[in-house]
Design a binder for this molecule. Sequence first.
Ligand SMILES: Cc1ncc(COP(=O)(O)O)c(C=O)c1O
Length: 454
Amino acid sequence: MRRAWRRSRRKSNSDEGTYGMTLRDADHRHIWHPFTQHGSEPAPIVVDKARGASLFTPDGHELLDMISSWWTSIHGHAHPALNRALAEQAAAMEHVMFAGFTHPPAIALSERLAAILPGDLDRVFFSDDGSTAVEVAVKLAFQYWKNQGATRRTRFLAFEGAYHGDTLGAMAVGRGSGFYAPFDDLMFAVDLIAWPGTWDRDDEVEAREERALADLRDRLRRDGDSVAAIVVEPLVQGAGGMRMCRPGFLRAAVEMARAFGVLVIFDEVAVGFGRTGTMFACQQVGVVPDFICLSKGLTAGYLPMSVTVTTERIFEAFLDDGPRKMFTHGHSFTANPLACAVALKSLELFDEEASLDRVARIERAHRAQLDRLHASPGVARPRLTGSILAFDLRDDAGGYKSSGSERLRDYFLSRGLNIRPLGDAVYLMPPYCITDEQLSAAYAGIFQGLEDLR
Ligand SMILES: Cc1ncc(COP(=O)(O)O)c(C=O)c1O
C-alpha cells in the first residue's frame, strides 16, 4: 500500500517528522545536485530501496517510478538476475584498463550488440554516459572526414528542440534545446532544422514535415559539401518535451542528407532498447545510421556506460601505420566489466521476459487513455510512441503553460507517483515490468491531478 506523504520546501527537515531528515540535512550541506536550482527547489527525496517499478524512502513510503529514473531502469529496479550478474562479475574482476587490455564481458557484449543492431553496425566504441556517446560520435564523424582529406566537412546539422547531453560537443549539437545559454560562446556553430513534432489526431503534420524537408534541402544545396554529419533523436525528442515525429519524415530527411554525402548520427540514448516498441527506433525509421549512440537502458539503469556503434567503413578510415589517424579518446572506466556484465544480462532479459511484448502491452494501455486525454480541458496534443505517453498542459485560454507543471509534480508525489513534467509536457515512461494495476494508478493520478490543478 502506498501511503500519502509530503515534501518540505524547507532546507531543514527538522519539523517534518519523517525519516531521512538527517540525511537530507547532510545532503543540503554537501551535495550539488544536477539540473537543480538550489536557491529555490525543494529538498530532494531520500530513497534507500528500490524494487521493480517502485522506489522506497527510509520510512517505507512507496513511489511508483513512472519515468524509470531518468529513463534508465527498463526492466525495473533491483532485478534479481541483474543483481546476480553484477555480483558474479565483481567476484571475478571489477575493472581493467581498456587500452592494451580487453575482457570477456566487453567482447561478449560487443558481439551481442552487433548481432541485434541492424545492418553493418558492427564496431563498438565504449564510453561512459549518453553525453559522451554523442561526443564520441561527433568527434568520430569530424575526424573521419579529416582522415579522408575532406577538410571542408566541418559543419553539423541538428534539430530544433533536440537534447544530446551536456559535454561541450553534445551541447553544441543539442543547442536547439535552449538549455545552455551560459555556454553559448563555448559551443561550435550548428545549423538547426525545424522538428515537425506531431500528436494523435494531428491533421497538419504533413505541411510541417514538408516545410522542414524543404528547409533541409535548401541548406544542403547551399552548404551540403561542408557538412560532416546530421544528428538525430529518432522518433522522440526526449528532454525537449517528448516531441514525437513520424518515421517517414526522418527517413526522407536521412535520404536527403545522404544524397549530399552527409554522415548520419542517431542518438538513441533515450529511445534505444525497446522504448519505442522496437528494439531500436532506427528499425521503425527504416534507416541504418552511420553511428548509433546508446546508453541509459544499455545497463538497465545499473551503471553508467554507453556505446557508440559504427560501421567497418568508418573504422577503417582510422587505420594507419602510426598514431596520426587514430582516435585519441578514452576514459579511465571505459568498458567497465561490471557494467558490461549487467548490460549483457539485460539483453538476455529481453528474451527471457519477452520485454518487447511488455512494451506492446504498455502501449495498448496508453492508447486506451487517448480518448479521455482528448476530452480533458487541461490537455493538448496527446501522443504516444511505444512505452512513452505524453501530452502538453493547456490553460483555459487555450495557451500552453509550464507554471502548472511544478505544482503537478508535487501533486503526483503526494499521490505516490514519480512523474516529472518537462516544461509543459507531462509524460509517462515506465519500466517494462509495470503492472496493469500500477499503470491504472498512474492514469488515475494524472486525471485527478489535471482536475485539481484547474
Ligand atoms: C537523447 C539523449 N541524448 C543524450 C543524453 C545525455 O545522456 P546522459 O545524461 O547520460 O549524459 C540524454 C539524456 O537525457 C538524452 O535523452
